[in-house]
Write a protein that binds this ligand. Structure first.
Ligand code: C2E
Ligand code: MG
Ligand code: MG
Ligand code: MG
Length: 281
């Protein structure tokens, strides 16, 4: 029940809501033509193996170059694309482009692709993955699919057979943003993920704060004990890198290694010098 404080407030409220709805419709209309107008692009962020001290893969991150708004961040258009069902077509485009780009990299460099909940429930994801791999002639073991916890939370019973079919096809499956959902731990028993990616919010303070460090350490040990590869996202300093290396974290990702870059920069990113492992005391 909205209070009517004199009428004026309510009219303003309504006008503001209408403007928001109009803006959303405009964005949606633009999103519908973005693929055909070639406005999407993939940037790649290195995944850095801490024991081998080298880049071992790239995560594909979608970029939308809007003709008038400029670059629209994924967090602004992916939720919209999910709501209106466009994320299925966009997801197919991402899979195809990522597999195609990965073919230009050495055999031991993987490509990781984010998939949305809607792709699990409203499309044939294993079929789309197989089609993208065969169109690029990329071996399945070069591809990793990243799924956020919320995907599973929404419909685990429907998602599980799809997860198993994907795994059967030889690709790897990573749980993304681990720790941000409220029942992360139970999922780890329901499906054998190849990897967990610890959310970047857990990196904050690990160098300075005992509690933050203790939580990070416990998650790494848990992933390790379950035989999963452990990646930490959002590593921004040499001190964080050094600490994670001592804690037997397998892999890191973050601005300290490199922010996401255009595909054309992959050869340069693969030749990155080893990052300095400053002793954190
Ligand atoms: P994500 O999959 O967890 O990707 C990591 C995000 O963290 C990226 O944001 C990346 O740029 C950012 N990041 C990496 N290193 C650092 C760091 O050191 N510090 C900080 N503060 N941030 C860092 P981005 O590219 O804006 O993507 C945001 C999210 O959008 C992704 O989170 C993913 O959930 C979604 N997304 C991106 N591309 C796709 C896609 O092709 N399909 C789907 N369904 N979702 C996508
Ligand atoms: Mg991801
Ligand atoms: Mg993440
Ligand atoms: Mg390990």
């Amino acid at each position: 029940h909205v209070k009517n404080n004199g009428g004026k407030g309510e009219r303003l409220f309504t006008a503001e809501m209408e403007a928001q709805i109009d803006a959303r419709h405009a964005l949606e209309a633009d999103l519908r033509t973005a693929i055909e107008r070639d406005e999407f692009d993939l940037h790649y962020q290195p995944l850095y193996d801490l024991s081998q001290q080298r880049v071992c893969g790239f995560e594909a991150l979608l970029r939308w170059n809007h003709p008038t708004r400029g670059r629209v961040p994924p967090m602004e258009f992916i939720p919209l694309a999910e709501e209106v069902g466009l994320v299925v077509d966009i997801g197919r485009w991402v899979l195809r482009r990522a597999c195609h780009d990965a073919l230009h990299w050495p055999d031991n460099i993987k490509v990781a692709v984010n998939v949305s909940a809607i792709q699990f429930t409203d499309s044939d994801l294993p079929g789309d993955v197989a089609a993208a791999l065969s169109a690029a002639r990329l071996p399945a073991n070069r591809l990793e699919v990243e799924i956020t916890e919320s995907v599973l939370m929404e419909n685990l019973d429907e998602a599980l057979p799809v997860l198993h079919a994907l795994k059967q096809s030889g690709i790897r499956i990573a749980m993304d943003d681990f720790g941000t959902g409220y029942s992360s731990l139970s999922y780890l028993r329901r499906f054998p993920f190849d990897k967990i990616k610890i959310d970047k919010s857990f990196v904050n303070g690990i160098v300075e704060d005992r509690e933050a460090f203790a939580i990070m350490r416990a998650i790494i040990l848990l992933g390790d004990a379950l035989g999963m590869r452990v990646t930490v996202e959002g590593v921004e300093t040499a001190e964080q890198l050094a600490l994670l290396q001592r804690e037997a974290c397998d892999e890191i990702q973050g601005y300290y290694i490199s922010p996401p870059q255009p595909a054309a920069d992959a050869p340069y990113l693969l030749a990155l010098p080893q990052r300095e492992h400053i002793s954190a005391g």
